[in-house]
Structure formats: C-alpha cells, structure tokens
Design a protein around this ligand. Sequence first.
Ligand SMILES: [Zn+2]
Length: 284
Amino acid sequence: MKHKLLTILLTLVATLCLALGLTACNFGSSGNTDNDGSNSEQNGEQTPEHIHTYTVDNVCSDCGAEWKYTEGLEYEFHDKDFFEALKNSDESWKNELEDYPYDLSDGAYYVTSVGSASGDIVIPYGHEGKRVFGVAGRTLRNFDPENKIKTITFSGSVALVDLCYEQIEKIVFDRKSSASGYMMFFGENQSLKEIVLPDHMKVIVNHAFQNCSGLKSITIPDSVTGIGDSAFYNCSGLTSVTIGSSVTSIGDRAFYDCSGLTSIEIPCRCDLDQNSGVHGLRRT
Ligand SMILES: [Zn+2]
C-alpha cells in the first residue's frame, strides 16, 4: 500500500513537472534505427465516409473493424482517484480531462514501456477492458532504450503523450482521433522527421517540439487554437509550416532559431505585432 501511494505520488510529481513544461528528463543518446515495422500502414486506411468508433476492445462499434496494435507493450493502471487528483493539480489538466471524450471512472492505462514489443509500435485504444490514456515516456525514460523504433502510431484515445528525448523518426496519430491531446511533448528528439497530429488537437504546448532539429515540415490541424512558447524553438530542419485556421495565439519564441524557415503563412487572426514568436520571419 505504501509502495502504491509512493508510485502515485511520484507519478503526480512527474506529471506536474510535465505540465509546467520543465525539461527534467535525461538527454537521450542518438542511435541507429534499424528495425522495420509494417502494421502502422494498415491503421491509416480510413475512408472519409466512415469514422471508426473504437471500443476498449480495439474494435469499431459500428463496423467491427479491428485496430491492429502492437502486442507486448507494458502498461500501468491508474484509477479514478488518480485522474481526479490530476484534474485538481493543474488548470490545463482540468480542461483536458473535462473534454476527454471517454469515461475515466473505471480508470485507464498508460503505456510505460515497449516491453517485449519490437518493430514499429501501434498504441491500442484499450487494454484489458480500459482506455489507454497516454504514453508516459518521460516519466520512465525508457520507452525505447535501444533506439530501435522508427515509427509510433497512436490510437485516438490518448490524451497524454510524452516522447521527449526519444529517437523516433515518425509519429502518426489516427487523424480521426477524438481525444484532443492537450499534453503532447516531443521535444529534444533529433531523429523526428515527420509527425501527423490528431484532428482534434487543441494546443501545441510550450516546448512541444523544442530542438527537434530533424523535423522537416509541420501541419498544424485546424482544431488547434494556440501554439505555445518555444514550441518549435531551434527546429533548424524545418522548412515548411502550415498553421491551421483556428490559431489565434503564437507564443513567445515559438519559431525562434528555425534557420531553415524562410517564410511562414500566419492566419490573419493572429496579432503578429505583439508577438515575438515569429522573430525574423516574414508574413507571406
Ligand atoms: Zn467502423
């Protein structure tokens, strides 16, 4: 019992640090990626006419389609009290949890490690009858210790994704994902070349992609209303940025030191004059 309490406390502290945008995690070593997975492609096949509604059994309740996920991942369960405590710990979490489209009264799972899984990784919608709420990579700092994963594909039930300091080349979210993903961190991942963000995402949090120097382009979904401070700080490989139509604020130094970026189209609703986030860039 004591151990369990300690674990919850530690997780809360880690989450608080995360919420504050602190970069407390270790610097990951860069390494070779030599593993070639294949099942992420299958999950990308969704017709525009039908948006699957996946259950915790990873099956669409409308058409019976299966979400093919990677076996062998390791999970940690958090009960209702954990999410209540999370909600009270931070205003952002309060917003996220109140908007989370699934019932958390039975608790939910975090993916904590790749475990025995190999190849590219597909995160499930559910695990043992409960939602998969997030990927607590930075909390454990061992999501991909051998740097073998090239691609991670996410289901739509995740809200927390922490892949700071990992060395992953491609991250794909199910575009129809109903969870907004309020807290998503990918910073300090120099291998990251490509990311497809979920359609319901609301904010790009502070430091979300800081120092992701391998990232070549980014399309910010139309659902996103704000881009946080230093969100793309020192993304020197970035040559193309598409900002969605709902963005109304761009944080301080959001695109600072993006030396590969020569122009950026800013939606007219953003007040550039009061914003140093696009320092050195021209409005097109
Ligand atoms: Zn379906």
